[in-house]
Design a protein around this ligand. Structure first.
Ligand SMILES: Cc1ncc(COP(=O)(O)O)c(C=O)c1O
Length: 408
């Protein structure tokens, strides 16, 4: 990072809005970064991946362009100040996560354990719960690393495309039943589904669980984005409502996405009653142990200050998503995009081969990084893109102005 940028950064105001919090204080608003040079100097994946150009704008990897909220910053500063940079203790994180899931997602979970991240937890849970080579259902389009992690666990991913009916994405119940009859042994259900942003309703979740019960599938509920429902949207966990009773099921979540702390490497796994003993038997070395900063941060995120901040964040993300959808609609190529019910990710499909090529070329020439559709399940998605809306409106508008100019 250039020296002058470090100096500029050092002078950035650190908002201490938690101050002496009183009950009448408004919750702290999320602070998005506007300065593109500060963003481009960030030593995290989102802004270092993509075009190697000095004017790049990165809207790809699922990180948010945020400063940390004060409750989180102060928890981390305190821990670092005390030299608490050792091995994390699970209890605080597990308890906070269980309380959060129960209070906000109606979940009744058993056997909570810590892990370093969702993918590590998923790999370990699948390897321990399924015979080598077992087929595992992954619905597409989907976050591509899920295919990788299934293979890394020595299993076989089976792609079952989601159905698009009008503006809505649905499970393809018939195709799922066929995959189960053809030998699938597990199913990764993402609540909400990345990248299309579907938040499965309680009846849909109950039906998914019924499929697992009928075919004795191991349900792997990937709930990493579950805190990020659009305002007013219910986000039932797979462990809500007791439907999971008697089914082999593991769940996974993390504060990583909603609180922008994937770098702190801390996630939580849990199970149905039937799977709790299997969870208890897993050696910590296979799950990985979060660092102390990850465990401290996670407990803080799931506490009252975190939940209050999250509410304001979700309101802002809804606005950003709306902005991206409006910008997409105003481009001189036809782009179909469904408003996500959760997450800050917008899945867009360009109509027509020729316009898709024009769009891809315009992204290149304007130095804008988004994730290309193919990585979400193959060539069927090669006219699709995933755009991360968790940026300041000024950053998003600059990106779209450039894109529009490149498309002329
Ligand atoms: C659906 C899904 N699962 C898993 C992950 C990865 O989570 P983690 O960083 O905790 O491994 C992501 C990250 O974006 C994701 O979108």
């Amino acid at each position: 990072m250039p020296h002058d940028l470090r100096a500029a950064r050092a002078q950035e105001p650190v908002v201490r809005s938690a101050r002496t919090a009183s009950p009448v204080d408004l919750p702290e608003r999320p602070r998005f970064i506007t300065d593109l040079d500060v963003l481009r100097a960030r030593r995290t994946l989102k802004w270092q991946i993509g075009p190697d150009t000095p004017d790049r704008i990165c809207l790809g990897v699922a990180e948010m362009d945020l400063y940390p909220p004060e409750f989180l910053r102060s928890a981390l500063v305190e821990a670092v100040g005390l030299g608490e940079t050792g091995y994390g203790l699970p209890e605080g994180q597990e308890e906070a996560c269980g309380r959060y899931l129960s209070a906000h997602h109606d979940a009744d979970v058993a056997g909570l354990r810590c892990t370093t991240d969702v993918l590590t937890g998923l790999r370990t849970l699948m390897r321990s719960g399924l015979a080598p080579g077992s087929p595992v259902i992954v619905e597409t389009p989907v976050y591509g690393d899920l295919f990788t992690v299934v293979r890394e666990a020595g299993l076989e991913p089976v792609a079952v495309p989601l159905l698009r009916t009008g503006a809505q994405w649905q499970h393809d119940w018939a195709a799922l039943a066929t995959a189960a009859r053809d030998g699938a042994r597990g199913w990764i259900v993402c609540q909400p589904h990345n990248p299309v942003g579907r938040a499965w309703t309680l009846p849909e979740m109950s039906q998914a669980i019924a499929v697992c019960r009928e075919h004795d599938l191991l349900l792997l509920a990937n709930e990493v984005h579950i805190p990020l429902g659009m305002p007013g949207r219910a986000m039932p966990s797979a462990f809500a409502d007791g439907a999971i009773h008697g089914v082999r099921a593991f769940g996974l979540t993390s504060a990583s996405k909603a609180f922008n702390i994937p770098g702190l490497k801390s996630a939580t796994v849990y199970g149905s009653e039937r799977s709790a003993a299997a969870l208890a038997d897993l050696p910590q070395s296979l799950l990985g142990r979060p660092g102390s900063l990850g465990a401290v941060a996670t407990a803080a995120c799931y506490g009252p200050a975190g939940v209050a901040w999250l509410r304001t964040l979700r309101e802002e993300l809804a606005e950003r998503v709306r902005l991206v959808l409006d910008e997409l609609a105003s481009l001189p190529v036809r782009v179909s995009a469904t408003a996500p019910e959760a997450t800050y990710l917008v899945w867009a499909e360009v109509d027509g081969e020729q316009d898709a090529r024009r769009f891809a070329a315009a992204l290149d020439t304007s130095g804008i990084h988004v994730l290309v559709g193919e990585s979400f399940g193959g060539t069927a998605f090669d006219r699709c893109f995933r755009i991360n809306a968790a940026s300041h409106p000024a950053v998003l508008r600059t990106a779209f102005a450039r894109l529009r100019a490149a498309l002329r």
